[in-house]
Design a protein around this ligand. Structure first.
Ligand SMILES: C[S@@+](CC[C@H](N)C(=O)[O-])C[C@H]1O[C@@H](n2cnc3c(N)ncnc32)[C@H](O)[C@@H]1O
Length: 267
């Protein structure tokens, strides 16, 4: 699984995940809060970019954060230790083989994980097993089909499509945000609520231009270059032009929009 993961585990990807989480913290986490003593499973914690926000927002909840990548878990544990967060425990685990008893958790939190999995129904079923009856699940995913920008550019669209296709070739779905509602319903969760969270960035919002348009989204597309070329999806010249055009949307006259989907449901 680690080898198939489309974004890889480089230092620049770790930086991108932290930029993304910090930049979007207000938008994505304003209503994520867990009560004192509740047990929360964060699956796919990566390098701890969301973990630090979860832990800070719910300092008295007990958070168990897990990822299939041993190296990412090590980095996450080091970070949370540096930040003196003592309400998080880390483990290396695969979502399809969870080393927990049935109904161990009051809540489950996953962010940018389902989009990478070939069998999302199986993943949700595995999570259901360890969730208490009446427990909640929160799922945050993006949808690369939701982005539009100025200046528009067919090359930029083509580069984004290369990322979508690269992810699909590894079994993932970069357009999963729009499917969270049916996925959770079909998995047997109830009271499924979806909150679309739109990012809008122009020169009046320099933090979003820097943190989202450049350092999160365009950096992510840029990271798909090698795979896109290896799959024969484009030429290097066209891909680079597309990435350059995406950076143009971060110029003073540029605009970039993207929608995340945050799902909340009960078991
Ligand atoms: C895009 S990263 C998101 C990390 C973190 N949630 C964040 O938002 O910063 C996706 C993470 O899912 C992990 N992952 C992929 N497949 C997994 C699996 N089968 N079980 C557990 N984690 C998995 C990857 O190792 C990676 O750390």
């Amino acid at each position: 699984m680690e080898q198939e993961y489309v974004h890889g585990y480089s230092e620049s990807e770790a930086r991108r995940l932290h930029d993304q989480a910090q930049t979007l913290s207000g938008l994505l986490h304003a209503d994520t809060y867990y009560k004192d003593g509740e047990r929360v499973l964060e699956m796919g914690c990566g390098v701890g970019a969301q973990t630090r926000i979860l832990a800070g927002n719910s300092p008295l909840a007990k958070i168990i954060s897990a990822d299939v990548s041993e190296d990412s878990v090590r980095q996450a544990a080091r970070l949370l230790n540096e930040l003196r967060c003592d309400n998080v425990e880390f483990i290396v685990a695969d979502i399809f083989h969870l080393p927990f008893d049935e109904q161990e958790f009051d809540h489950i939190f996953i962010c940018f994980l389902l989009e990478h999995l070939a069998d999302t129904a199986e993943a949700l079923s595995s999570l259901k097993r360890v969730l208490k009856k009446d427990g909640s699940i929160t799922v945050i995913e993006g949808d690369h089909g939701s982005c539009f920008f100025h200046p528009n550019s067919p090359d930029a669209r083509s580069a984004i499509n290369c990322l979508i296709q690269s992810q699909a070739s590894a079994g993932g779905d970069a357009l999963i945000g729009r499917r969270l509602y049916p996925l959770l319903k079909e998995a047997g969760f109830r009271e499924v609520t979806i909150s679309p969270k739109m990012v809008y960035a122009d020169a009046n919002r320099p933090d979003l231009v820097e943190g989202f348009t450049k350092n999160t989204f365009t950096a992510m597309v840029e990271g798909a270059r090698e795979k896109a070329l290896a799959l024969g999806l484009t030429t290097g010249k066209r891909f680079d032009k597309g990435v350059m055009d995406l950076y143009r949307t971060a110029q003073p006259e540029g605009v970039f929009c993207y929608t995340f989907f945050k799902a909340f449901a009960l078991l």
